[in-house]
Design a protein around this ligand. Structure first.
Ligand code: XMP
Length: 318
């Protein structure tokens, strides 16, 4: 549309002027925001852009391979960094959601520093796909006490970070980023992808994040998402997620008693994530998802469906 073309022209000119020939590091997650951002930057400044994708161990099943493949498809040069161990080590013993975000945010910065050192380039700028809702939910006008969640990608950088932030989407809502992406020919499977939080599955495992728990959640999440797609519901749902609960309950499998964890499924409709309603997934689809998760995922013997709206609940559980 005209508005999006105007935004792209303005943003391109601003970016070119702001960077003045220096290098930009862009953190790519595979999500809409960062993929559209990397595409915009790539078109605006070409080789001055280096995109880095961090495998933090908190991603969904097959996600790493998919992100690498998508970047190849779009033509964005990508440096992929395996940082699973430092992230999981840093999260060991951490239970508090805000503390998880702090640990993850700090580790992202460490990882970037490490990969920058390895590339032996100097980067003056770090580009982030921060959106308007992230900005207002993190930096509330009422001050820090009114903060809902500190989105790990908002709120500036530590003083020893050698980067200046480039955030061309700070005033955009998600649907506007989608429209910009469509204008830039970003593939539709990227533009149609559900949002996924920066701290990843860490904020969907209530309690301590361990590799074993991540594997359980990855398996349940993959079944949930694939069944929603198979039922033709994926596109009308804003976001769907599985949450691993730190709760054990009794079940029965064959002749044996089980005592295992529960998974909560959450699917919401929304237009900007500021407010959301729980998605009315047909009971038959829920039944199939539940049966499959309980039968196929070891360690889960109970599935519940979250019927809370935002507000007063949030979309994520942490
Ligand atoms: P909530 O749970 O606050 O989520 O209703 C609103 C939207 O934001 C995503 N979210 C995050 N994204 N870092 C992110 O990049 C975060 O720490 C974070 N927390 C929540 C969430 O997935 C939803 O799309």
């Amino acid at each position: 549309t005209w508005t999006m073309r105007a935004f792209i022209a303005r943003a391109t000119a601003q970016i070119q002027e702001q960077i003045g020939g220096e290098r930009v590091l862009c953190a790519v997650s595979g999500g809409i925001d960062s993929m559209v951002l990397a595409t915009l930057l790539h078109q605006a400044i070409g080789d001055a852009l280096v995109s880095v994708f961090v495998d933090n161990g908190l991603l969904r099943k097959n996600e790493v391979a998919e992100v690498i493949e998508t970047c190849k498809q779009i033509g964005i040069p990508l440096v992929a960094v395996d940082a699973v161990k430092p992230f999981l080590d840093g999260l060991a013993g951490v239970i508090d959601p805000e503390q998880k975000r702090k640990v993850i945010g700090a580790q992202f910065i460490e990882t970037f520093k490490g990969s920058v050192a390895e590339m032996a380039h100097n980067f003056r700028f770090l580009a982030q796909g921060t959106l308007y809702p992230d900005v207002i939910e993190s930096v509330s006008v009422k001050g820090p006490s009114a903060t809902i969640k500190t989105h790990h990608n908002v709120g500036g950088l530590p003083s020893d970070m050698p980067f200046e932030l480039l955030e061309p989407f700070r005033e955009l809502f998600k649907d506007e980023v989608r429209a910009v992406g469509a204008e830039l020919n970003v593939p539709s499977h990227v533009l149609g992808r559900h949002p996924f939080p920066g701290p990843g599955l860490a904020v969907r495992i209530l309690g301590e994040v361990t590799y074993e728990r991540l594997e359980v959640l990855r398996a349940a999440d993959a079944i949930f998402i694939s069944e929603i797609k198979a039922a033709g519901l994926y596109d009308e749902i804003w976001q769907a997620l599985a949450v691993l609960l730190p709760v054990k309950s009794v079940g029965v499998m064959g002749d044996a008693r089980t005592y295992e964890n529960a998974v909560a499924l959450r699917a919401v409709t929304s237009s900007d994530a500021m407010t959301a309603d729980w998605a009315r997934i047909p009971p038959d689809v829920l039944a199939r998802i539940s049966n499959r998760i309980i039968n196929e995922v070891q360690g889960i013997n109970r599935v519940v469906y979250d019927i809370s709206s935002k507000p007063p609940s949030t979309i994520e559980w942490e």
